[in-house]
Design a protein around this ligand. Structure first.
Ligand code: FAD
Length: 638
């Protein structure tokens, strides 16, 4: 029998980024015992890396802002493929979630009259991002950790035990979710330091594991983003949606090679930075797409006036949604107008005084100085697209964050729907506060209504342990595969064949490669023991990366149009017949238990509620919707 440390909790939250921590707070506030598990150190998550800010229509910088404007911007950014109920809840609740953070002790930058300052970002009509310089995520995490400590102090007063209701399990990776009759019964994993196994017996799991960027070669994401939550959910029987939509942030560092992909915040452009090609031309004016014509400035003079007078001028096309800017940069480089290292120039030096740049963008200043020996107060940065965010994720009920598996909830980047085909900058931090809270609440309500708790079976525990240990003793007939080589091959294929611009024959080649890798992964072999063994950790994570990569590639092949974070060279236009269709991935039992087969089905979206539909002009909707869908709009000819 496998030797395992066994623990019992009402709710287990997997992931200690913003979504996870907000879920922990909510479930604990409802009186439940909560374990929070993270594979990195507590506090080291993507949320802590977030720079630009958190979008919420508080109206501090422009009193015309409100939730309806934010909702409209989010739907436009997602090209109307968003789950509209999620977009509605998000826009309505984001301001309260930001103000609530202040009650936990957050210190945002202020306006001259002492309110929370809000900055411009791509696709947002008004300055909307609450921020702390360019280190906003750090403040979010610091604040929520502080709130958790204060809750633990309350628990200590009551019970004499700080960890009576919240306990942190850091550097602990969950490798499998366990179910009984289809309901969640537990989560199985291992301590990364010792390699010892751990089992959480629990009726409710909240997945808050973030994204999938490590499947791509050039990415702003760090080592934890291996799509674990996505894959855990699939293997437990839940479904993923929108996996074809992957966001390539337009501005990642391109030089030196060791830092390629590291993010350059959109805040640089929000604060006045402009994109230029080698001819010193502000090229974004050439790339305003038809659907956004009329909403963006068409001269440099108007674009510059907009920074100080947004009510009487249209915004700069440097701040078009990310998918548009990334494609524009790609085209400039392809046309031979790129910078020496294959990007374009981002110039803030000629736009703001040096002192102001260092004050507003301290991290960017240090990042370029230390990593590239570039002084951004004196010279332009070189930037290019980098894989940044996955819009696709676990399909959830918008109000409760529950998946189709009873007891399984998801929030933050690992959930899908909210951002449609493309996320607006700043909408992730607000998403994870709004839906992290809802997931904690959803899990708490589920547990309180349970009549009996599902049981963990010993055979499931033994199977999970055997799967985790397989790389130490693979059935390889003497042929061994190295996890690092497989990972490099996977990243290269996804980058080259399912990257920013896609076409059928390349995606098919990627699928062939993925098929080969799923066979080779069975023979992955690691040396040494379970203690401190990074090769083993990667071998375990590779299963997940392969599963999610297959979802991305299969959905990308099926969607024969271009929309948001999915650009098909062979189907360049947006097709209204595809707008309300979701591609739903599920794991189908096959003969490969290591990396199960992925099936995809097409599902129709729920039509937009009438009052929300009427927030848009018919002329705008006509660019996205079919005539039949618009028949109920009051502006529609009878
Ligand atoms: P994360 O914060 O990444 O947390 C994931 C957690 O899951 C981690 O604790 C990890 O250890 C844990 N985990 C993963 N797998 C396992 C497993 N198997 N077992 C146990 N634990 C596991 N968005 C904005 O809105 N505004 C910004 O300004 C902004 N800037 C960004 C800058 C950078 C450089 C990056 C990379 C992203 C930025 N984003 C921004 C996006 C945003 O930060 C992320 O989408 C968001 O933080 C995701 O939060 P999360 O809670 O879903 O996941």
């Amino acid at each position: 029998m496998t030797e395992v440390e066994r623990l019992n909790y009402d709710v287990v939250v997997i992931g200690a980024g913003g979504a996870g921590l907000r879920a922990v707070i909510e479930a604990r506030e409802r009186g439940f015992s909560v374990a929070v598990v993270c594979k990195s150190l507590f506090g080291k998550a993507h949320t802590v890396m977030a720079e630009g800010g958190c979008a919420a229509s508080m109206g501090n910088a422009n009193s015309n802002d409100n939730w309806q404007v934010h909702f409209r911007d989010t739907m436009r950014g997602g090209k109307f493929l968003n789950n509209w109920r999620m977009a509605e809840l998000h826009a309505r609740e984001a301001p309260d979630r930001v103000w609530e953070l202040e009650t936990y002790g957050a210190l945002f930058d202020r306006t001259a009259d002492g309110r929370i300052s809000q900055r411009n970002f791509g696709g947002h009509t008004y300055p909307r991002l609450a921020h702390v310089g360019d280190r906003t995520g750090l403040e979010l995490i610091r604040t929520m950790q502080q709130k958790i400590v204060s809750l633990q102090q309350e628990d200590f007063k009551e019970t004499g035990d700080y960890e009576a209701r919240i306990k942190v399990f850091a550097e602990c990776t969950i490798t499998e979710l366990l179910t009984e009759n289809g309901r969640i019964s537990g989560a199985f994993g291992y301590w990364r330091e010792s390699g010892r196994f751990i089992l959480f017996e629990t009726p409710a799991v909240v997945l808050a594991t973030g994204g999938i960027g490590k499947s791509f070669k050039v990415t702003s994401n760090s080592w934890e983003y291996t799509g674990d939550g996505h894959a855990l959910a699939l293997r437990a029987g839940a479904k993923l949606i929108n996996m074809e939509f992957v966001q390539f942030h337009p501005t990642g560092m391109v030089w030196p090679p060791s830092v390629k992909g590291i993010l350059v915040t959109e805040g640089v452009r929000g604060d006045g930075g402009v994109l230029k090609n080698t001819e010193d031309k502000r090229f974004m004016f050439e790339y305003v797409p038809e659907v956004f014509k009329g909403q963006y400035a068409d001269s440099e003079e108007e674009a510059d006036r907009w920074y100080t007078d947004a009510d009487n001028n249209r915004r700069t096309p440097d701040l078009l949604p990310r998918d548009e800017v990334a494609r524009a940069i790609n085209s400039e480089v392809k046309a031979g107008r790129g910078s020496p290292h294959g990007g374009v120039f981002l110039d803030i030096a000629s736009r703001l005084p040096a002192e102001e740049i260092r004050k507003r963008l301290p991290s960017m200043y240090h990042q370029f100085k230390e990593l590239a020996d570039v002084d951004i107060t004196k010279e332009p940065m070189e930037v290019g697209p980098t894989c940044h965010y996955v819009m696709g994720g676990i399909e959830v009920d918008p109000d409760t964050a529950s998946s189709s598996v009873p007891g399984l909830f998801a929030a933050g980047e690992c959930s899908g729907g909210m951002h449609g085909s493309n996320r607006l900058g700043g909408n992730s931090l607000s998403d994870l506060l709004v839906f992290g809270r809802r997931a904690g609440l959803g899990a708490a309500s589920y547990v309180s209504e349970l009549k009996d708790r599902p049981k963990v079976s010993q055979s499931d525990v033994d199977a999970a342990a055997a799967m985790a240990l397989a790389p130490f003793d693979p059935p390889g007939n003497g042929v061994e595969e190295n996890p690092y080589s497989l990972h490099t091959e996977l990243q290269q294929s996804m980058n080259d064949l399912v990257g920013i611009i896609r076409k059928a024959e390349e995606i098919e080649r990627a699928l062939e490669k993925l098929g080969e890798l799923r066979e080779r992964i069975k023979r992955v072999t690691v040396e040494g023991h379970r203690q401190f063994n990074p090769g083993w950790h990667l071998a375990v994570d590779l299963r997940n990366m392969l599963m999610v990569s297959e979802c991305v590639a299969r959905a990308a092949l099926m969607r024969t149009e271009s929309r948001g974070g999915h650009t098909r060279d062979d189907h360049p236009g947006m097709d209204a017949q595809w707008r309300n269709k979701l591609l739903v991935c599920s794991a189908t039992p096959g003969d490969n238990p290591v990396v199960p087969e992925i099936g995809i089905e097409v599902k129709a979206q729920t039509p937009l509620r009438q009052d929300l539909l009427e927030l848009f002009e018919l002329s705008e909707l006509g660019k996205y919707y079919t005539d039949e869908e618009l028949a109920s709009h009051p502006g529609s000819p009878a």
